[in-house]
Design a protein around this ligand. Structure first.
Ligand code: AMP
Ligand code: GLY
Length: 424
């Protein structure tokens, strides 16, 4: 099978590695990829939103299956574009725009959960027409207050505020456009107290699914979960608190009702549904859906999948996941992400890097890296490179990943030294 993977982050590095390990993978192209993905296939300098060039690439390289990593092309309808155009029709892993609205519109997601009885925080969606009701709802809640831009805001559209006056002020600012069109509607939500985890569900649009092992992401920049939110600074798969009993609840109360709801709405969802969950007491509640896998969770989840992912993805994309295998390594994976100094604020790019081969039991996943004109590997993003290690215990896997990331050299390297420590 000839496969095209769309994206350029650490998530795509981890997916590319697993695809490349498959005996069924005859050729792999990554558009646009990064300085590391060239190890697994051929990087092609085509942007994730250049649908025309992606279509041309599918024809030129006789692509049989396309796997879409990030959300933006999905929300913008890459599936519909590829289905409607003249030319080759590959299998597509990733939902159409209506399915991707689970991520692209928080209001749609909340209404959807309401229709199918999926446990989530109480909410009210506010726009310019009902600001007064929004203020009243805010005042009826206990602090902290959660305000979410309805649309995509590059992971930055959620504000959590301790003070009611700040919350009311931010509500007005958001509706006045502080997140552009994304905050023309704002979802006000009750704050959930608990511990977060991410669960990816691969669905075939016809009721078949596989639930991938759960992961915990570390979102804040600072140790002890302090400072600004980031794309994610590390991950653990599986976190011990997501035990079999909890995962059974995730399946029965969330995954299955979500899949049934999509079918009931006539949405043929073939791809990953990312359940962003809060474990409240012993019960899962949905904080958000995404229409893709998470980053850096994928860097911890993918290396644990020991069965061939190509037939699994192909079966889901063909609409019949059937008995396709999903086998999981019993060891624990810990991923540590190294970032550029200044991230998630402004940071330098183009810093030369020295990356040796990974120590035994560990692997590197490039994220924001590129090759410069002289062919040297340089930094090219805020989240630069991740190390993932597999070991019988969390403590061992974490220690191995810290050692692996210590061995990577570039000026301004920063990583959290407390990844997994809260769980050990
Ligand atoms: P989201 O983009 O929806 O994942 O929100 C970003 C982060 O805000 C989440 O990962 C949570 O840490 C936090 N968050 C969002 N909604 C809630 C909520 N209702 N209660 C508590 N924390 C929340
Ligand atoms: N790590 C969270 C996300 O990918 O949205």
């Amino acid at each position: 099978m000839r496969i095209l993977l769309i994206g350029s982050g650490g998530r795509e590095s981890a997916i590319a590695r697993s695809l490349s390990l498959s005996p069924e993978c005859e050729a792999l192209f990554i558009a646009p990829g990064n300085a590391g993905t060239g190890e697994y296939g051929t990087n092609v300098p085509v942007g994730v939103l250049d649908f025309e060039a992606i279509g041309a690439l599918i024809d030129a390289e006789k692509i049989d299956m396309i796997v879409v990593g990030p959300e933006v092309p999905l929300v913008k309808g890459i599936r519909e574009y590829l289905e409607d155009r003249e030319g080759r029709k590959p299998l597509i892993v990733g939902p159409g725009a209506r399915g991707a609205a689970l991520e692209g519109s928080k209001d749609f997601a909340k209404e959807f959960m309401g229709r199918y009885g999926i446990p989530t925080a109480r909410h009210l969606t506010v726009d310019a027409a009902n600001i007064a009701a929004g203020e009243a709802f805010l005042r009826s809640l206990q602090p902290p207050y959660v305000l979410k831009a309805d649309g995509l805001a590059a992971g930055k559209g959620v504000l959590i505020l301790d003070n009611i006056d700040d919350a009311v002020r931010e509500l007005h600012a958001m509706l006045a456009g502080s997140f552009g069109a994304a905050s023309a509607k704002v979802v006000i939500e009750e704050y959930l107290h608990g511990i977060e985890c991410s669960v990816f569900v691969l669905t075939d649009g016809h009721g078949g699914c596989r639930i991938l092992p759960p992961a915990k992401d570390y979102k804040r920049i600072g140790e002890g979960d302090t400072g600004l939110n980031t794309g994610g600074m590390g991950a653990v798969c599986p976190p011990p608190f997501a035990d079999a009993e909890f995962m059974e609840k995730v399946k029965e109360r969330i995954a299955i009702p979500t899949i049934r709801g999509l079918i009931a709405e006539g949405i043929d969802y073939r791809g990953f549904i990312f359940l962003g969950l809060m474990k409240v007491g012993s019960d899962p509640m949905v904080i958000e859906y995404n229409a893709r896998m998470g980053d850096p969770e994928t860097e911890a989840v993918m290396p644990r999948i020991t069965s061939d992912i190509v037939p699994l993805l192909a079966a889901a994309a063909a609409g019949n996941i059937g008995e396709a295998a999903l086998e999981v390594d019993p060891r624990t994976a810990v991923t540590v992400m190294a970032v550029a100094d200044g991230y998630p604020g402004s940071y330098a790019k183009g810093t030369p890097m020295k990356i040796g081969s990974a120590p035994a039991g560990s692997m590197y996943f490039h994220a924001g890296t590129a090759n410069d004109a002289e062919g040297r590997t340089v930094t090219a993003g805020g989240r630069v490179i991740a190390a993932t290690s597999l070991a019988p215990t969390l403590a061992e896997a974490a220690a191995m990943s810290f050692a692996a990331i210590d061995a990577v050299e570039y000026d301004g390297k920063y990583y959290r030294r407390d990844i997994a420590k809260d769980l050990i």
